[in-house]
Design a protein around this ligand. Sequence first.
Ligand code: UVW
Length: 327
Amino acid sequence: MSSEWRKVGEKISNWGKWGKEDQLGTLNYITPQKIASAAAAAKQGKLFPLSIPLDAYGPQGASGFRRNPIHIMSVDGGDEHMARFLEGWGGANEAQMVAMTSGPMRFTDDFIIMPLQGSTQWDALSHVYYDGKLYNGYPAASVTSFGATKDSIDQVAGKGQIVSRAVLLDVARHRKVNYLPPQTVISPEELDDVAKAQKVTVESGDIVLIRTGWRLNFLETKDGAQWLHNSPGLSWRCAEWLHNRQAAAIASDNIAVEVTASEFDDAFLVFHMLALRDMGMMLGEIWDLEALGADCAADGVYAFLLVAQPLRVTGGVGSPVNPIAIK
Ligand code: UVW
């Protein structure tokens, strides 16, 4: 019943908890003390970059409202010759190129064109809303065609806030599969079982990482429709589980953190609505948790330092990120 999730949304709402101007949401749980104690979790100096390659071969496809990143060279080895060829009638840039390459130095430049949701990413709090309101009660009209004026990603990036202790809950490995079957719903009870088996607890201010293995399914099948529509993931009920533990953020290796087959007849992406809009909890998506998962299984250490700064995109409703787990 649709009213069921709305009631939970009211119960776990953090609106006003950190003041009526707040735009950080549950990242407020990451206090200076928390950051200092999280740094102690980096004991071995082992680094795990958690982003997928930023290129044209990711799971977001070549068309539709999302696309894979497009990488274009804007200065390459041939430009110097063209600039010399154009000298006399080329513009200021061509003249500058001639001047800059009069000695031995040569250079290259490039562009990337991509949806901010096109690869490993953070969803900003302004990414999803309902009933005309964003997190902390800001009106939906705060997101304009020039960008979000409230709850935008630069609010977070400008404060360098995403550094904390993180905990990996490896649901796929716990079930002894490479990846969870399509449309598997992960319940809060299963999160408890996995945490218990891994001997790890989620503490206030932690960032929780959920491994479903679903990225391996995409690498195996290259099936973009399956990746999107049949993704396993969290049940909407996990929002309250995260709320009760005062988690600072949640991230996963799938497209939406939550299961993409809706658990309700009349509402889609309910976990998104509860997390982003009601709790003010950012979602990390399409993270590569494979090497980290294997290492945690090998040494039995499932808690570590995580540094995951978004880009400082003014008014952005999300951002690509290259998160680094440090053990
Ligand atoms: C939507 O699909 C709306 O969002 P996300 O990329 O966060 O899953």
